[in-house]
Write a protein that binds this ligand. Structure first.
Ligand SMILES: Nc1ncnc2c1ncn2[C@@H]1O[C@H](COP(=O)(O)OP(=O)(O)OP(=O)(O)O)[C@@H](O)[C@H]1O
Length: 274
């Protein structure tokens, strides 16, 4: 059983802002954002392109510092977080098993135990026969499974997933969504999941948060009206369609506004050049 049985892994984001650059090149990327995620809760984050979703995730993951505000994680382990990115983040020079064991190697877990845990997750993700393969020998979907296996093997209290399925074709994406749904129900833990797909967001999460155009703030925070365990069949229910529609209405307004601003900026630039 994972550490969430001890109810750790909650996340508190308080009045967090992040800017990049200085002077005229300064970009207000994020905030102010307030967000509470309970231990064991799965929260999906959606928002227009460039609104600061990755920035928020990277700040929670400790990869960047907020410009202001604070982030608190209620965790007990020394390595409480794992991140999964769109580009898989696996090392081409390491075989599959070594990639999956990598986080454990860093934690100083003995190799034998690391191998057992890594093989266990490779089996669960249908990659048992590929432990000795090189990443280039795998398909995109298999590589993404390797990065999921690596994150899960580390048994993090908090899992941060940044558009993990964006690079996959529609069928593979649907398959991995279903696998992730099963994994997250069998082995619950705190997950923050960034996606551009509203249906994916609802299928997987307990809550969906919609962010505004940059600098991203939280516009809508909705509980998903389906308990656990659930199956992908919920996609066919009227409640699913209703929530998807509500999220889209909010998101649509933001995307439209963003497009308008971009058009104005382009129009201004071309006027100026005439
Ligand atoms: N290291 C950086 N230096 C300068 N600007 C940055 C940096 N990282 C992000 N930004 C800017 O901050 C804004 C938010 O970026 P971020 O990647 O967080 O958005 P996002 O919502 O994840 O976008 P997408 O949905 O397209 O992946 C963007 O305008 C981006 O250009």
């Amino acid at each position: 059983m994972s550490r969430t049985a001890e109810r750790t892994g909650s996340v508190q984001v308080r009045d967090v802002r992040r800017t990049f650059g200085r002077g005229r090149k300064q970009v207000e990327a994020l905030g102010p954002v307030d967000l509470d995620v309970r231990a064991g809760e799965f929260v999906s984050i959606v928002g227009p392109s460039g609104c600061g979703k990755s920035t928020l995730l990277r700040a929670i993951g400790g990869l960047i510092r907020p410009t202001s505000g604070r982030i608190e994680l209620d965790v007990v382990g020394d390595h409480p977080l794992a991140m999964i990115f769109q580009d898989y983040g696996i090392y081409p020079w390491k075989r599959v098993l070594d990639n999956v064991r990598f986080g454990l190697d860093i934690q100083g877990v003995p190799r034998r135990e690391g191998d057992l845990r890594a093989r266990d997750w490779l089996e669960r993700l249908g990659l048992g026969d590929f432990a000795g393969s090189w990443p280039h020998e795998l398909s995109g979907g298999m590589r993404q499974r390797v990065s999921i296996a690596r994150a899960m093997t580390a048994d993090p209290e908090i899992l941060l997933m940044d558009e993990p399925f964006a690079a996959l074709d529609a069928q593979l994406r649907a398959l991995l969504q279903e696998e992730l749904l099963q994994i997250s129900q069998r082995d619950p833990r705190t997950v923050l999941f960034v996606t551009h797909s509203l249906a994916e967001a609802i299928l997987l999460a307990d809550r969906v948060v919609v962010m505004s155009a940059r600098p991203g703030r939280i516009l809508l925070d909705r509980q998903v009206p389906f308990g656990r365990p659930r199956t992908p069949d919920i996609r066919r229910s009227p409640e699913f369609a209703e929530l998807e529609d509500e999220l889209w209405q909010t998101l649509r307004a933001e995307v439209t506004e963003q497009l308008g601003t971009q058009r104005e900026a382009l129009g201004g630039a071309s006027d100026g050049s005439r």
